[in-house]
Ligand binder design. Structure first.
Ligand code: SAM
Ligand code: SF4
Length: 509
């Protein structure tokens, strides 16, 4: 083993500092708890003993020199996973990413099965990739994500030209799977749920800009009657507290200023701490504020039942936590909420929002809605519209109910015609857009702190930044501001963005 010090993350949590140690020489993936705090008096150790060398090591010597193209469907969680797929293939197998399937030696499709539409797209895309493989016989095709996890057998049957089928929890094994396919010339299927192994085997995070996602938990144990997530991603599993802090600290060292904590049910987080205790999301957020460089914290996506008093308190004490909350309610009817098995009522949801608004009166709240759940009456729908009005929801996601095989709601009697569902969805979306436009217009004249993410997409002479309530602001400014926070006065609200001007700060000298 090499010398114990590699790096220290200088953090201050509750007056203490947290230090991040790593062992370098023997294996770059070895991380160890430093229990001997005499090495760094006044510091408390983070990072756990997690040697993933077994897997990483065996792949490290592989140099496949392959070009990889990854196509991603679905949510932010899938975007995050696709990034990690590329990371493992780059780090452990010397692969590079390419922008077009025609250039690639390995094609990976990261699938989503939350609604039927997304699933249908898998087979149509695979049809096109089959043609590419006919022209390039060595081409390896892999399918990962939730469709692979749930429909692995169907995939083997309907698309026998697919070489690799892997689940969201086995993506870190990709280098080894590719090696096997090349060597044995046989397909590989691995859709198991080995939980923590995945995170231990991922290479160190690479920042791509000032904002980064950090996955803190996986899966879901809520089993809402319409949802496939517990079956495709497994039950709730939280990453150890120290590992999350270590990842945030490493990202901050690379210039990240904003972290977005990710999980299917992120506020169900219960991470093991170095002293054997369990930390909830509230405690994790408090610790993250101690990471030097991190000035903004977001989390997505949450369940109302897990929106606890301790989490609400954090909004009073932690200014780094953004003035925006995504808290999906799905429906404004108690009858439908019960059929969905959401485990709360409309009143309970509103009571939590009320408590939060006492602390943060201007917080923007967004949600997910499912329209046309089996048996949804006109009255149920009107109750949802009433709730939208009462809460004043900002930009939100809304979907027509999609029966998913294996979920209880798929067998519920659905007597609502599709045409009616479409009309309801259009009405709901129009109402939410109207409210979002009103919120944007209300921002005109205010000064917003924005994180400058890069040049504006429409006009490269301008910069683009994000407000706390997740709106893009375009404004004129120096490119040196990219990656930094700056104050911008909002001068115009456009349909999908805001226009602003920089606020000149007066130099007291
Ligand atoms: N855990 C979060 C929660 O409980 O609200 C949501 C995560 S889920 C992956 C994302 C969204 O997909 C849900 O909030 C829901 O609105 C939508 N969704 C899930 N299953 C669906 C289905 N069968 N039909 C339509 N929309 C669905
Ligand atoms: Fe799906 Fe969210 Fe319900 Fe879990 S809590 S089953 S992820 S909708």
């Amino acid at each position: 083993m090499g010398a114990p010090i590699c790096r220290s993350a200088h953090l201050a949590a509750g007056g203490r500092r947290i230090v991040l140690w790593r062992q370098h020489d023997a294996c770059p993936w070895w991380r160890e708890v430093v229990s001997d705090t005499s090495l760094a008096p006044g510091f408390i150790p983070i990072s756990r003993s997690a040697c993933c060398a077994k897997l990483a090591w065996s792949c490290y010597t592989l140099n496949m020199d392959a070009k990889v193209y990854i196509q991603t469907q679905g949510c932010q969680m899938n975007e995050y996973d696709s990034g990690k797929m590329m990371d493992v293939l780059r780090e452990y197998a010397g692969c590079v990413s390419v922008r077009s399937p025609d250039e690639a030696d390995i094609l990976l499709l990261n699938t989503c099965s939350i609604r039927e539409k997304a699933q249908e797209k898998v087979f149509s895309l695979l049809g096109r990739w089959k043609e590419l493989k006919a022209k390039k016989p060595g081409l390896i095709i892999g399918v990962g994500g939730c469709v692979a996890s749930q429909e692995g057998d169907l995939l083997c049957e309907r698309a026998p030209f697919v070489d690799i089928i892997f689940g969201p929890q086995t993506l870190h094994r990709l280098p080894e799977m590719v090696r096997k396919v090349r060597h044995d010339k046989l397909p590989v299927v691995d859709v198991s749920f080995p939980e923590i192994e995945k995170f231990d085997c991922l290479p160190e995070p690479r920042a791509e800009g000032p904002s980064a996602f950090v996955s803190i938990m996986e899966g879901c144990s809520k089993y809402c009657t319409y949802c496939v997530v517990p079956y495709t991603r497994g039950e709730e599993f939280s990453r150890p507290f120290d590992d999350v802090l270590a990842e945030v600290a490493m990202l901050a060292e690379q210039g990240v200023r904003e972290v977005n904590l990710l999980g299917q049910n992120v506020n169900a987080y219960r991470g093991c701490m170095y002293d054997g205790g369990l930390a909830d999301l509230a405690l994790l957020i408090r610790y993250i504020t101690a990471v030097e460089g991190i000035e903004r914290i977001r989390y997505t996506t949450s369940h109302p039942v897990e929106f606890s008093a301790s989490l609400i308190e954090v909004y009073a004490e932690v200014p780094q936590l953004v003035n925006h909350l995504h808290l999906p309610v799905q429906s404004g009817s108690d009858r439908i909420l019960a059929l969905m098995k959401r485990q709360h009522t409309v009143l309970e949801y509103k009571a939590k929002i009320q408590k939060l608004r006492k602390i943060r009166p201007h917080i923007s709240i967004s949600s997910d809605f499912i329209i046309g759940f089996p048996g949804e009456t006109e009255i149920d729908f009107e109750l949802t519209m009433k709730l939208i009005d009462e809460v004043g929801f900002d930009q939100s996601f809304s979907f027509i109910f999609s029966p998913r095989p294996g979920t209880p709601a798929a067998s519920y009697m659905d007597n609502v015609p599709l045409e009616i569902k479409k009309v309801r969805l259009a009405r709901l979306q129009a109402k939410i857009s109207e409210q979002a436009v009103k919120i944007s217009r209300g921002m005109v004249g205010t000064i917003q702190r924005v994180l400058v993410t890069g040049p504006s997409r429409k006009d490269s002479r301008q910069l683009a930044g994000r407000t706390e309530n997740n709106r893009v602001v375009n404004f004129h400014g120096h490119s040196a501001l990219i990656g930094e926070f700056t104050d911008v006065r909002i001068i115009e609200a456009m349909p999908n963005s805001l226009r602003g001007e920089m606020v000149r700060t007066i130099d007291p000298a």
